[in-house]
Ligand binder design. Structure first.
Ligand code: 4AD
Length: 452
């Protein structure tokens, strides 16, 4: 059979060998009537292919045909690997293919709404182009999202979704190694009314991951869709995102949950830094370079300590209220200065700002056994210990319209437990220092977009 090979793997070791590659046309360049150059791209890797008219091998017609193919069309090329004397600009592979055969596989429209080269430009590059008066089309975010299948072809975007996949893999692997069980909770959940039977899209796996603990699973995790009817239009809120959820039994203290979280996220960051070097480089080539600073053992501050740090910097906040986004950012900066980390946990939140299922502190019910976790000053995780005592739960859920079967689940013996939920898109956005969650959602859903 013929030897198919991925473009990213064609290198000097294949010199003089005949290989077969499939790629998209990135650029075409005829040089007179007898020579033509094509750059083919496959998953972010590019290779220069050369057509030279030669008797019985390559006709002028073939050169004309190949160099007039539209950008982004798929072609198969059979060619011989050669190593040029000078370095090759504008391609990732430092070898060329001397084309022997070329087959058109799938044509792209001749006029594309997004030029991939333009979409892949870094800000510095754009700046330079503007200063030199170069003509190019700035690809704005709405255009990118409208034509996402084109936008996703840039090296940075290919990198982002490989990183997302790695986060999910590392999340599962770590928890499986700790004997947690992967579950899938229902995404259609009951409404509260007696009469009709309305169903809701689940706003989180919260209730059913807890019911799993009531069902003798000591630790569970889930990777699945979460729905939020967000009415705000921000850089970090989607109407549908992917939740990374954990729930587990607690023996003595809610710190046990924070211990799992700590080990888990340090493992995820480590696996990204180790396994996704190329992807991170591709992202940071387009967007500013900023590796995440974090400690081997994650910093834990109480909410009160956080309030104190803010106070010392002249920022007054309600000690029993919530922190707004701006204050969270500010605290993130102060923590970085003081402790040298951009990843930390804030725990013992005021009870008043936590959901009904949150366990109040035993020593002071104004505070709760709960926490938020921040990357670069933005929340990526919230969690805590839950109320597992049915009587207490009943007084707390009154009037909220919670499915009574949820409360009932706790009356057959339930261990103390706790857990947390993270948003996959936010983890990737903040780890990579990107400025908008739509960059890390494959096909994002917000109040203004349900298509494509
Ligand atoms: O803070 P949230 O709402 O907490 C829960 O859902 C709890 N059930 C978690 C728990 O186990 N106690 O959401 C958890 C995480 C947030 O920290 C954030 O990363 C992400 O989910 N998130 C969103 N991501 C994208 N778009 C939105 N609209 C999000 N809302 C929350």
């Amino acid at each position: 059979g013929r030897k198919w090979i991925r473009i990213g793997l064609v290198n000097e070791s294949l010199k003089d060998k005949t290989v077969l590659v499939r790629g998209r046309i990135q650029t075409t360049r005829p040089v007179g009537k007898n020579i033509g150059f094509l750059v083919l791209r496959e998953q972010g890797f590019t290779i220069q292919c050369v057509l030279t008219v030669a008797e019985n091998l390559i006709s002028r017609q073939m050169v004309k045909f190949a160099t007039s193919l539209s950008k982004e069309s798929h072609v198969d090329v059979e060619g011989i690997v050669s190593v040029p004397d000078a370095p090759i600009k504008g391609a990732t592979q430092q070898v060329e293919l001397q084309i022997r055969k070329i087959y058109g596989i799938s044509k792209a429209l001749p006029m594309l709404p997004i030029n991939i080269d333009d979409a892949a430009r870094s800000e510095a590059d754009i700046e330079k182009a503007m200063q030199s008066g170069e003509k190019f089309v700035h690809v704005n975010q709405d255009t990118r999202l409208n034509f996402r299948v084109l936008d996703l072809r840039t090296p940075a975007n290919q990198g982002i979704f490989r990183i997302q996949s790695q986060v999910e893999t590392a999340f599962r692997n770590y928890l499986l190694s700790k004997d947690f069980v992967g579950i899938h909770t229902p995404k259609l959940i009951a409404g509260s009314s007696e009469g009709g039977n309305p169903a809701f899209l689940a706003q989180s796996p919260q209730l059913h991951k807890q019911l799993s603990i009531c069902s003798d699973f000591m630790g569970v995790f889930e990777v699945g869709p979460v729905f939020r009817a967000e009415d705000s239009f921000t850089h970090r809120h989607l109407c549908e995102f992917t939740g990374l959820d954990v729930e587990m039994e607690i023996k003595e203290h809610y710190f046990e949950v924070m211990d799992i979280l700590d080990g888990l996220f340090v493992a995820i960051f480590g696996s990204l830094n180790e396994n996704c070097k190329k992807e991170l480089e591709a992202i940071w080539e387009q967007y500013p370079f900023k590796p995440l600073k974090y400690l081997r053992k994650t910093l834990r501050l109480t909410f009160e300590e956080g309030v104190q740090i803010l106070k010392e910097a002249g920022v007054e906040v309600d000690p029993l209220g919530d922190l707004n986004t701006e204050v969270e950012r500010k605290l993130g900066k102060l923590v970085l200065e003081k402790y040298g980390t951009e990843f930390y946990m804030l725990h013992r939140y005021p009870s008043a700002v936590r959901p009904f299922y949150t366990m109040p502190c035993y020593d002071n019910p104004a505070y709760s056994n709960s926490f938020d976790v921040f990357i670069r000053g933005e929340e990526i995780i919230s969690g805590g210990q839950r109320v597992h005592v049915p009587e207490l739960l009943r007084t707390r859920e009154e009037g909220l319209g919670i499915d009574q079967a949820y409360i009932d689940g706790f009356q057959y013996g339930t261990a103390p437990h706790g857990g947390f939920g993270a948003g996959l898109e936010r983890v990737v956005m903040l780890f990579c220092a990107l400025n908008n969650i739509r960059k890390t959602s494959l096909f994002s859903r917000d109040p203004h977009r349900i298509s494509p």
